[in-house]
Design a protein around this ligand. Structure first.
Ligand SMILES: Nc1ncnc2c1ncn2[C@@H]1O[C@H](COP(=O)(O)OP(=O)(O)O)[C@@H](O)[C@H]1O
Ligand SMILES: [Mg+2]
Length: 496
């Protein structure tokens, strides 16, 4: 049956198609007869082996291949089997190593071309050099193994997710820290692990910014662990992009802040105790005063025998003074307690007053006049009240220190800042103290930086204040002039 002239597609004969395929495929094809003579060898082979068709066609296959190749592989045997038994090899793989040359890996096929019912009279041999593919495959596998073992052995949380936050992988550290098994998280959005709505918002904002190309580093977003506990985590997010630059996924690395938070809380408590030590003298005085007043009023009551109006006034005096003393003690105790760490919305001015009342005596003793300039409207802020009061106290005590020689005026002012995209409140403390030399300005927030004599300053006040305010999404600005005074301004997000 001659099909050479038959058209397989309009205008294309079998022969043309056959030749075209043979000449363009990127592997070597041979047609061999039963004497293993080469009847056909395609262009790929001639090119790779740098031989001419006339030197190849009609020669036996083992003469066409390098001798070492024929001797070191059993390819020829496979071809012979194919003639004798009609064996067919579909997915052969062989490695050929000539002396002094790197090993080459081939994928091969031996296909007997059967005439109906008869023994094969021709065999097609196909060889493809897959050395490079194998090398790449091995490289990819090894890179993947390295990467996977790194991801599994780090102590940080690492997860990958689709751009909408659906979790794809979740490493061992993530499992250990959060308590969630990767299996349980399949198809779940990472936002659903955030501890509350505001954290969900932060995560979504970070993902959106990442999609627009803004790097996202050191963001604290807290999760809820499998036991329902708050898990503070500092995150860095990176974008995975496909070849067109499109965001195809997100990789997140998160550091568990639990231990750091615990240390921070301890430091805050230490600084608080130090501040209380500084205040103790003033507070004792503060309490002794109303007690003395009450005591003498009580004495008068004991002595007096008749006048009802007089007795009433004395009792009233005792009552208000004791109330005053117990208010001070209450304020002090509330302040001394370690903070619960819970965010709440509270009136700013009232909590400032509580703190200022604790130091009012100290101010009088240091000949400092307190001037309050609060805004018309009472402001409400969101934060951890107890910690924020500690900030106010630290700054106030620093101002008292700075005005130790000669006293002066301490101005405490609050105002609302509406410019910009976020509304905030500003609480400023302006003293007329010694001021801060320029070279110290950048160091006053460093832990343990102090210019106070040994035994008096801890150098913790401002560093602790800074971390507290930062935790509440705010910041502290300082301006100062040596000899005339300083202003510390605390900026906090305003509760809408
Ligand atoms: N209002 C201020 N006026 C002048 N110097 C200040 C003022 N507040 C802070 N400082 C400087 O910053 C340093 C660090 O303050 P702080 O962290 O509170 O530690 P400490 O009060 O224990 O020294 C102080 O020692 C002082 O030098
Ligand atoms: Mg201080």
């Amino acid at each position: 049956m001659d099909m050479n002239g038959t058209e397989v597609l309009p205008g294309i004969s079998y022969k043309r198609l056959y030749e075209a395929i043979l000449e363009t495929v990127p592997f070597s094809i041979f047609i061999l007869d039963a004497n293993l003579k080469v009847l056909e060898a395609n262009r790929n082979f001639l090119k790779k082996s740098r031989q001419h068709a006339k030197d190849v066609l009609g020669r036996r296959i083992e003469e066409v291949f390098p001798r070492v190749f024929s001797e070191s592989t059993d390819l020829i045997g496979k071809v012979q089997n194919s003639f004798s038994d009609g064996d067919c090899v579909r997915e052969g793989k062989l490695t050929y190593k000539a002396p002094g040359i790197a090993a080459t890996v081939y994928y091969y096929l031996v296909i007997p071309l059967l005439e109906e019912g008869a023994r094969p009279s021709l065999v097609m041999l196909l060889l493809e050099d897959i050395t490079e593919k194998e090398r790449l495959g091995a490289e990819v596998r090894s890179a993947w193994r390295h990467w996977a073992s790194a991801v599994e052995s780090v102590t940080d949380i690492i997860f990958s997710a689709t751009p909408d936050g659906t979790i794809q992988t979740w490493n061992k550290a993530a499992e250990e820290i959060s308590g969630y098994k990767p299996r349980a998280l399949r198809g779940i959005k990472v936002m659903s692990l955030c501890v509350d709505e505001s954290e969900v918002e932060k995560m979504e904002r970070a993902f959106r910014a990442l999609a627009l190309g803004a790097p996202q580093r050191d963001l604290q977003i807290d999760l809820r662990d499998s036991k329902g506990q708050r898990l503070p985590v500092s995150w860095s997010f990176s974008a995975l992009r496909d070849d067109t630059g499109h965001l195809s996924g997100i990789v997140a690395v998160g550091r568990d802040l639990t231990e750091r938070k615990r240390m921070e809380a301890q430091l805050i408590q230490t600084a608080k105790m130090a501040a209380m030590g500084v205040m103790a003298g003033g507070i004792a005085h503060e309490i002794r005063n109303p007690l003395a007043v009450s005591s003498s009023a009580a004495q008068l009551l004991l002595d007096d025998h008749g006048d009802g109006q007089f007795r009433k006034e004395a009792a009233q005096k005792i009552y208000t003074n004791i109330a005053q003393a117990s208010r001070i003690i209450e304020n002090l105790l509330r302040f001394a307690r370690p903070s619960s760490g819970a965010f709440e919305v509270f009136p700013l001015e009232a909590s400032l007053d509580e703190i200022v009342s604790l130091v009012s005596n100290q101010l009088i003793l240091s000949q400092i006049t307190l001037v309050k300039r609060y805004g018309k409207q009472s402001l409400r802020v969101r934060g951890i009240k107890n910690l924020l009061q500690q900030v106010f106290l630290n700054i106030t005590l620093n101002a008292v220190n700075a005005m130790r020689e000669g006293g002066g005026e301490l101005l405490v002012a609050t105002r609302c800042k509406t410019g910009g995209e976020r509304r905030s409140v500003l609480v400023s403390f302006t003293d007329q103290g010694c001021g801060i030399p320029r070279e110290n300005l950048s160091r006053i927030f460093d832990p343990f930086f102090t210019t106070q004599p040994v035994g008096q300053g801890t150098g913790l006040g401002l560093s602790v204040s800074y971390s507290i305010v930062k935790q509440m999404g705010g910041c502290i600005h300082v301006t100062s002039e040596v000899g005339s005074g300083s202003t510390f301004e605390v900026e906090l997000p305003l509760e809408p």
